[in-house]
Design a protein around this ligand. Structure first.
Ligand SMILES: [Ca+2]
Ligand SMILES: [Ca+2]
Ligand SMILES: [Ca+2]
Ligand SMILES: [Ca+2]
Length: 378
């Protein structure tokens, strides 16, 4: 059974919607506890390794361990936002791929590292492999509990992988083109999931409501769009999320107890296509914030009781056009959510503060694939 811990409720997810933002996840509310801190993994395309960093007061510190197996010939893609083993702790899902020898086919392997409070060397591995030339698993996302067995599942390139009670990963017959955890939208203590279903019989955007007996509600009968978690931007205790349609228009939907009464509050941003990232509460005021990227640049939209009256802070001094943002969780363990900013071959950590994102980076690395991983909840 997967019940939400307090920390998991606060963990927001993110949305990759085109130029600007990287796929990511995050979320931290100011707290004296270290449980909001993250550990960093740096996938390296140079030496086929995964480096693990631990956090210090200024951010990630020297790598403490290296994994060298399973990276494949073309590197790693790491996904961290789901709990596929059902123990209440998010796991690390790694996709690695290998070029085919004869034709254009590639072999793709998805490996689940079970994350726990135990030393990393104790992690278990599970993997599935595809030799499907037509559809290698080029994307990965967490799905929440798709088949109602209280164990989180995965979506890889439109294929649903369900995790069985005995630990195996198996391909489901249903298609979910894009899916992901939205947080606890209806406030019942169970995580809820969004899914864009492309099957003709059930085409549309669906929400799978977590619970002892999970239910599904269709939000829209139009397929070709998707969801992204937004955290709780208006601080009412119900997680909010973003939907986007086939044209790319994104709308903020505020969570609430009425599953049938959800409505889109506004279009984000008003000017059109953009990336939206949910880093958590960057300024520590108790409202989760959003990083919105559009043609005018990137800005931090500060969460507020009335989100329409929110404050907006430009991030132009932190990143020029072309930079990508990744939620960093609370990398320096001060209770404020932080941002990773990647520009060219450099990744910088910009930490949150009461005024917003600090302009000067506290940490810099030449690793471009850095992926934050949340520490296990206490
Ligand atoms: Ca719920
Ligand atoms: Ca809310
Ligand atoms: Ca805030
Ligand atoms: Ca911080």
């Amino acid at each position: 059974m997967v019940r939400l811990t307090h920390r998991e409720i606060l963990a927001s997810l993110a949305l990759f919607l085109g130029a600007g933002c990287s796929e990511t996840h995050a979320g931290a509310r100011p707290t004296a506890a270290r449980d909001s801190c993250v550990t960093y993994w740096a996938p390296s395309s140079i030496d086929d390794s995964l480096s693990i960093y631990e956090n210090g007061a200024r951010g990630p510190e020297s790598p403490v361990e290296l994994l060298r197996s399973g990276g494949g010939d073309r590197g790693w893609v790491v996904h961290t936002r789901t709990d596929v083993t059902g123990d209440g702790v998010r796991d690390l899902v790694v996709r690695s791929w290998y070029p085919g020898s004869a034709a254009i086919c590639e072999s793709i392997s998805i490996t689940v590292f079970e994350v726990s409070a135990a030393p990393v060397s104790a992690w278990q591995r599970e993997s599935v492999t595809s030799n499907d030339c037509a559809g290698p698993y080029a994307s990965l996302s967490g799905l929440g509990d798709w088949n109602a067995d209280h164990i989180d599942d995965l979506v890889a390139q439109g294929f649903v992988f369900v995790r069985g009670a005995s630990g195996e990963l198996a391909e489901d017959t249903q298609r979910c083109q894009r899916g992901g955890l939205l947080g606890d939208v209806d406030g019942d203590g169970w995580r809820d999931t969004g899914c864009d279903v492309s099957d003709a019989a059930s085409r549309g955007l669906w929400i799978v409501w977590g619970g002892e007996q999970p239910e599904r509600t269709m939000l829209s009968d139009a397929s070709g769009g998707g969801f992204g978690a937004a955290g709780d931007v208006n601080g009412d205790g119900f997680d909010d999320f973003i939907t986007y349609d086939q044209s790319g228009t994104k709308r903020l939907v505020l969570g609430g107890p009425d599953r049938e009464g959800l409505y889109a509050d506004e279009t984000l941003p008003a000017s059109g296509a953009a990336g939206i990232l949910a880093p958590g509460d960057v300024d520590g005021d108790g409202f989760d914030d959003l990083v919105v990227t559009d043609s005018a640049g990137a800005a931090l939209h500060h969460g507020a009781r009335d989100f329409r009256a929110r404050k907006v802070t430009s991030l132009a001094r932190i990143a020029e056009n072309g930079a990508s943002f990744t939620a960093a969780g609370d990398a320096n363990c001060d209770g404020f959510a932080d941002l990773l900013v990647r520009q060219g071959k450099t990744t910088e950590l910009h930490v949150g503060s009461p005024a917003g994102v600090r302009t000067e980076p506290t940490w810099r690395t030449d690793l471009t694939g850095l992926v934050p991983v949340f520490a296990p909840a206490p």
